[in-house]
Design a protein around this ligand. Structure first.
Ligand SMILES: C[S@@+](CC[C@H](N)C(=O)[O-])C[C@H]1O[C@@H](n2cnc3c(N)ncnc32)[C@H](O)[C@@H]1O
Length: 439
């Protein structure tokens, strides 16, 4: 679909693909893929054509004003406005809603009326507001937390992205190198490198790596609240099909592993990956490692949702320190892309200290592999590029393409070889299998 297409040609594509969706799906169910590849393709083509058509008839000014709608969403999330609107679609007067939420009626009305132009909430009569499909999404605790996190820490860090690059060292708290004219975060020592990410500027007095800050449950009430929001936001994002753990289960030959194989789920959080693998492979053993002690309870063998007979235990472990569990598979899912190359190499090297003690042990990395420009649709590519900015702003990290990943593995150990790469259908993440080649 080239840029040269006319508006009418794009409108024709839209009509054809819209008809496919309309005849196959009930109204209000167009966002779901329903596991049907042809419907998924129709939906992608429809969105791509709409996007290109939009591009032909508007200009960059619309995009430049996007932060205002994000501010409105931030307001809605912060004051929990969605929770005061009846979930069943019954309208509520603005005044009543504002009173319940403890906000100003006029401001609340204006904020919601902006969002309505983006099809979030609806106004079925004078001075009343009701939920629609889009606003109701905010009622899901985890998805709501994901939207809130995106409009809070993530939005703030994006706002300081350029500033961090232009004057990064000005914000470093170290005595030396405090002058202007530094080359941004890149190129300085690992800890300092992460400490000057845009998020560090966006959050007052944040003098520690952003990833640690977002995931630490202890500290001030506010820090702990942010960590909780981040954890729930990640759970909300994991509910999206493209990040589902089902792709981890299908993306590696777990069933071929011998009984009692030890899988070490490094930075495994609440163990949801291990639980998903265990439910199909009950003969494997799992050690879920994380620095977040609160999550240990969710890995409790007696927990209700634990797969029957699953052999899963939790242990506190900092993945920057030498791995102490001698296992067979070290799983690193959605860990390395949150870290700069230097820190990602440190994490891998910490695992290698155990891998060397167990011949045949492997490392399985599940993460995004950035695509090359022009290889997929613009909308697909936009997802990767957007995440790239997010990683730079939040963690001074980047999205890596396959060559970048190979280079990273090589830096960790020249004998660490990428032996297999799989990208399960519908997954945003690829599964990369690594082995230490014997010398
Ligand atoms: C993005 S989550 C990924 C969780 C899980 N692997 C998944 O795929 O859903 C990153 C996890 O790393 C944990 N973490 C952060 N810093 C850590 C550290 N230094 N050592 C171990 N775990 C850490 C966080 O608590 C969080 O659970």
């Amino acid at each position: 679909m080239g840029d040269q297409m006319t508006v009418t040609a794009l409108a024709d594509i839209i009509k054809t693909q819209a008809e496919i969706l309309e005849t196959s799906l009930p109204r209000h169910a167009y966002t779901d893929y329903h596991g049907d590849k042809s419907l998924s393709i129709a939906r992608s083509k429809l969105l791509e054509a709409c996007d290109k058509l939009n591009h032909l008839v508007t200009d960059v000014m619309g995009i430049a004003q996007g932060h205002r709608v994000h501010a409105a969403l931030q307001y809605v999330c912060h004051f929990r406005l969605a929770s005061y609107v009846p979930a069943d679609g019954t309208p509520i007067p603005y005044e009543e809603l504002a009173h319940a939420a403890g906000v100003d009626t006029s401001q609340c009305t204006r904020v919601l009326q902006l969002l309505m132009t983006y099809h979030i909430f609806r106004e079925p009569g004078t001075r009343i507001v009701a939920h629609n499909r889009n606003s109701r999404v905010l009622l899901d605790e985890d998805t709501g937390a994901a939207v809130e996190w995106l409009t809070q820490e993530s939005l703030r860090s994006s706002a300081f992205f350029t500033e961090a690059r232009a004057k990064g060292r000005r914000w470093s708290t170290g005595g030396s190198g405090g002058g202007a004219g530094g080359a941004g975060g890149a190129g300085v020592g690992s800890q300092r490198q992460t400490a000057t990410a845009a998020l560090n500027i966006a959050v007052d007095d944040l003098d520690q790596p952003a990833f640690g800050f977002l995931t630490q449950q202890h500290g001030t009430t506010e820090t702990s609240m942010k960590a909780d929001r981040y954890a729930r936001a990640m759970a909300g994002m994991a509910k999206r099909r493209q990040l589902s753990v089902e792709h981890l289960v299908s993306g590696f030959a777990w069933a071929d592993l011998p009984p009692n194989t030890i899988v070490v789920d490094v930075g495994g959080g609440n163990g949801h990956c291990s639980k998903a693998i265990a439910s199909c492979n009950p003969r494997l053993q799992f050690v879920v490692q994380d620095t977040n002690k609160e999550l240990a309870e969710e890995v409790d063998p007696d927990a209700e949702e634990m797969p029957e007979k699953a052999n899963i235990r939790f242990m506190m472990y900092d993945f920057f320190t030498p791995q102490t569990v001698v296992g067979d598979v070290y799983l690193l899912r959605r860990i390395l892309h949150h870290h700069s190359d230097k820190d990602a190499v440190r994490i891998l090297q910490a695992q290698l200290s155990a891998v060397r003690n167990k011949p045949g042990a492997r490392i399985v990395v599940m993460d995004n592999i950035a695509i090359h420009s022009g290889t997929l649709s613009t909308l697909e590519e936009r997802k990767t590029r957007t995440l790239d900015i997010a990683m730079m702003a939040l963690f001074n990290s980047v999205e890596r393409d396959l060559e970048d990943w190979k280079e990273l593995f090589h830096q960790a150990d020249p004998n660490l070889k990428l032996v297999n790469v799989t990208k399960p259908l519908g997954s945003a993440l690829a599964v990369m299998e690594l082995r230490l080649e014997l010398t």
